[in-house]
Design a protein around this ligand. Structure first.
Ligand code: CP
Ligand code: NVA
Length: 306
């Protein structure tokens, strides 16, 4: 693995390996302090053109815990924000940095950065995918449910957003059932859906029908970054897809409720459900750190041996 650009590009073996390594790094976090430093003497960059709390802090912490240093580069400061091409930015940073983590809109920009910089490049969310989030979510499933085999995950709300699409690739690769519950207007286009041949990914307009027997109820914001102009229409159309107690009651008795965060209480999830499942949801947030450290370790190893 030279880069982490999407879940789509990963095999089931790679996904499983990253989750297992994330679990190992989590269990050894304290004993590894100052001893396990695979990023020693490395300097990584974080280029973000969208807001972030979890992703930024987990990468800054993760790189440092692994012995490296990291610099945050906002597009407000970079010449990129004034129109310098991504190819030129990549060729400059590729000669100075050991790896780069990028959050932006267009997936093609991250692919181009990886190609032109030739340094390990990590997709920290774009309009198409959020691979780091799904690795942390899988780790959370493994910790709480013992894995994903035979499990039913229901993703409710904006089922064509980046997080939903990454979930789709995870279900396709790993073989669990993923039911996307959302209105017709928010379904991914047929051309995209055609890629999922396994039968693991299903679409259901009725959230109540979808929620029955679920092992995981998952939701994300209704207004993803960049979609703010559509907010009022989205709130109206997505109202029936809120995760509330009546939906939780339809799922399995010990079903997990998960949310990638940030959460908007009273919109995609009610405050009472979020607080009742806060242990899982904030464990999921913490797992961003551990899962991403696994990614950093594997990318550093591949660079060393490649
Ligand atoms: N879930 C997630 O990626 O959160 P941030 O936007 O805060 O990084
Ligand atoms: N779908 C959301 C995820 C936030 C972590 C967004 O893109 O804004």
């Amino acid at each position: 693995m030279k880069h982490l650009l999407s879940i789509e590009e990963l095999s089931s073996e790679q996904l499983t390996d990253l989750v297992n390594l994330g679990a190992e790094l989590k269990s050894k976090r304290r004993v590894n302090v100052g001893k396990y430093l695979p990023l020693n003497h490395q300097c990584w960059g974080l280029i973000f053109t969208k807001s972030s709390t979890r992703t930024r802090v987990s990468f800054e912490t993760g790189v440092r815990e692994l012995g490296g240093s990291i610099m945050f580069l906002s597009d407000r400061d970079l010449q990129l924000g004034r129109g310098e091409p991504i190819e030129d930015t990549a060729r400059v940073l590729g000669r100075m940095l050991d790896g780069c983590v990028i959050r932006t809109h267009d997936h093609a920009d991250i692919v181009r950065f990886a190609e032109y910089s030739r340094i390990p490049t990590i997709n920290a969310l774009d309009d198409d995918e959020h691979p780091c989030q799904i690795l942390a979510d899988l780790l959370t499933m493994q910790e709480n449910l013992g894995g994903w085999e035979g499990r039913k995950v229901v993703f409710a709300g904006d089922i064509d957003c980046n997080v939903a699409r990454s979930w789709m690739w995870a279900a396709e690769r790993l073989g669990f059932q993923l039911v996307l519950a959302g209105p017709a207007d928010f379904q991914p286009p047929q051309a995209f859906l055609k890629q999922f041949q396994s039968g693991n990914v299903q679409i259901e307009e009725d959230l109540q029908a979808a929620a029955k027997g679920a092992d995981v109820l998952y939701t994300d914001v209704w207004v993803s970054m960049g979609k703010e102009e559509e907010a009022s229409n989205r709130f109206e159309t997505l109202k029936p897809y809120q995760i509330n107690q009546s939906i939780v009651d339809l799922a399995k008795a010990n079903a997990l409720v998960m949310h990638c965060l940030p959460a908007y209480r009273g919109k995609e999830i009610t405050a009472d459900v979020l607080e009742a499942h806060a242990d899982t949801i904030f464990q999921e947030a913490e797992n961003r750190l551990h899962a991403q450290k696994a990614v950093l370790v594997r990318l550093a190893e591949a660079r060393l041996h490649g």
